[in-house]
Design a protein around this ligand. Structure first.
Ligand SMILES: Cc1ncc(COP(=O)(O)O)c(C=O)c1O
Length: 464
């Protein structure tokens, strides 16, 4: 039974969270304390004795709050970060309070069943083959790794090699081709899977980061064996999506496996006005995407989707005599991720899809894209401001006075102005201001406030 003191800790956490979320929209200048100050506030010897639950939560709140950045605020454009929508947060609170270990169906029947339903909804919303299997991971980095693991398993199995049993020593060589503007995290998966970050072949891309089909065809033709090809929906600087309709047949004809890193861009599939950008993506063999970006779930939540469910399970499933097997029509969550004990991510996923519905998701994705276009186009019309490539999705880049130092100074000034948070990036060797619009809390009014801040900061930088 939960003691009154523990109940008050739960109530205090709920009240604190609600107060924080109410004030976040108005918050300026977060965080007000940095790493060193927060570390100093927490640093202490291991407590010899335990404490009172509510006091511990009060202490955590007091010491951590100054270092909390308002990532859920409506003018956070620094990275592709959704909103940790309250409905998803509430579902996630329950996942924690229920303490469900979503390892297997026997341990957690509700968590397993809700994951199964949410998995089906995801395939429907994203327009992906209904026979695909879905693993609920921490995020797209791990989802990519899972999908690449399934690809490795299947491509080697077709050549008579059981990589799960025999590893990679002595295995047939597995050629890996990857778009030149792939996200850095994909290389984590390649490293972990023994495919090597350096031995992969980069396929040339265009000015916006889209893989060039002719370059891919040439690279595929040079492969001695069927390749694993890694494409993407949503380049992190430009938002560009690879031309899947053109590249999927090239990979298929070579007997290869096409994987798509669609951490955020795959959600264009759920917005009819943007779905042309990802046309043909359903022809791939596997897809990674995030819940904690465009579906607005709280962290952490990603999805590894694999057309060949057997390959997916072969690469991931755990079996042990003490773990009861699932029934014929039941889903074992651990069969699709490299974890046994883990959070029941299906609850927040289900809750967010239930929150928005198909129409709401389409509207939200389209809304972010429209805001990005408005900001990019408006600022790009200003003298000395260059919109580096046209806004097609939710990401765009600006360069000021075609000068690295001016551009970085404007980014720093905008961060100091604290109306909005925007970061920098490099594109084709030059510094840019990189803007990501991915929160359901952001409105056109927020866009206009941000535009005004950027222009004010530019004038300030120019004025010295
Ligand atoms: C295209 C792309 N792939 C992968 C990732 C990594 O995703 P996560 O941070 O959820 O692991 C990101 C993150 O921004 C991304 O934009």
């Amino acid at each position: 039974m939960t003691e009154p003191a523990e109940v008050s800790a739960l109530e205090l956490a709920a009240r604190t969270a609600i107060a924080y979320r109410r004030e976040t929209a108005a918050a300026e200048r977060t965080p007000v304390a940095g790493y060193a100050a927060i570390h100093a506030a927490f640093a202490a010897p291991v407590p010899e004795q335990g404490g009172d639950p509510a006091s511990i939560i009060a202490e955590l709140t007091e010491h951590a709050t100054p270092g909390i950045r308002a990532q859920t605020g409506p003018r956070f454009f620094g990275w592709v970060i959704g909103n940790s929508h309250p409905t998803g947060v509430a579902a996630d609170w329950l996942a924690s309070a229920w303490g469900q270990n979503a390892a297997n169906v026997s341990a957690a029947p509700a968590a397993s069943a809700v994951e199964a339903v949410a998995a089906g909804w995801l395939l429907d919303l994203l327009g992906l083959p209904r026979e695909s299997s879905v693993g609920f991971s921490t995020g797209a980095t791990v989802a990519n790794t899972i999908c690449l693991g399934a690809a490795r398993s299947e491509l080697l199995r077709r050549q008579g090699w059981d990589v799960e049993a025999d590893g990679l020593f002595g295995a047939p060589e597995l050629p890996v081709l990857i778009g030149a503007d792939a996200h850095a995290t994909v290389f984590v998966g390649l490293k972990l899977l023994g495919l090597g970050a350096r031995r992969v072949v980069a396929v040339a891309s265009d000015d916006t980061g889209r893989m060039l089909p002719d370059a891919l065809a040439e690279a595929v033709a040079a492969c001695a064996r069927p390749p694993l090809v890694i494409a993407q929906a949503g380049q992190i600087n430009t938002g560009a999506c690879d031309p899947f309709e053109a590249i999927a047949p090239i990979v298929r004809e070579a007997g290869g496996w096409l994987h798509v890193d669609g951490a955020f861009g795959l959600w264009a599939q759920a917005a009819p006005a943007r779905a042309h950008l990802t046309r043909g993506v359903e022809l791939a063999d596997s897809w990674a995407t995030d819940g904690h970006k465009w579906l607005q779930t709280p962290y952490d939540c990603g999805f590894a989707i694999v057309r060949d469910a057997d390959a997916h399970r072969r690469a991931m499933a755990v079996s042990a005599s003490y773990l009861p097997p699932p029934g014929e029509f039941e889903r074992d969550p651990s069969a699709y991720v490299p974890e046994l004990s883990r959070r029941a991510r299906g609850f927040a996923t289900w809750a967010m899809i239930r929150q928005f519905g198909r129409a709401g998701i389409a509207e939200m994705v389209e809304g972010c894209c429209a805001i990005a276009s408005h900001m990019g186009d408006t600022l790009g019309r200003e003298q000395g401001v260059t919109l580096v490539s046209p806004v097609t999705l939710n990401q765009f880049m600006l360069r000021f006075d075609d000068d690295d130092a001016v551009t970085l100074a404007v980014v720093a000034a905008v961060q100091a102005d604290a109306v909005a948070y925007i970061g920098s990036s490099q594109w084709r060797g030059q510094w840019v201001m990189r803007v990501s619009v991915s929160s359901c809390a952001t409105t056109m009014a927020d866009a206009d406030l941000t535009i005004a801040s950027v222009l004010r900061c530019l004038a300030q930088v120019r004025g010295g």
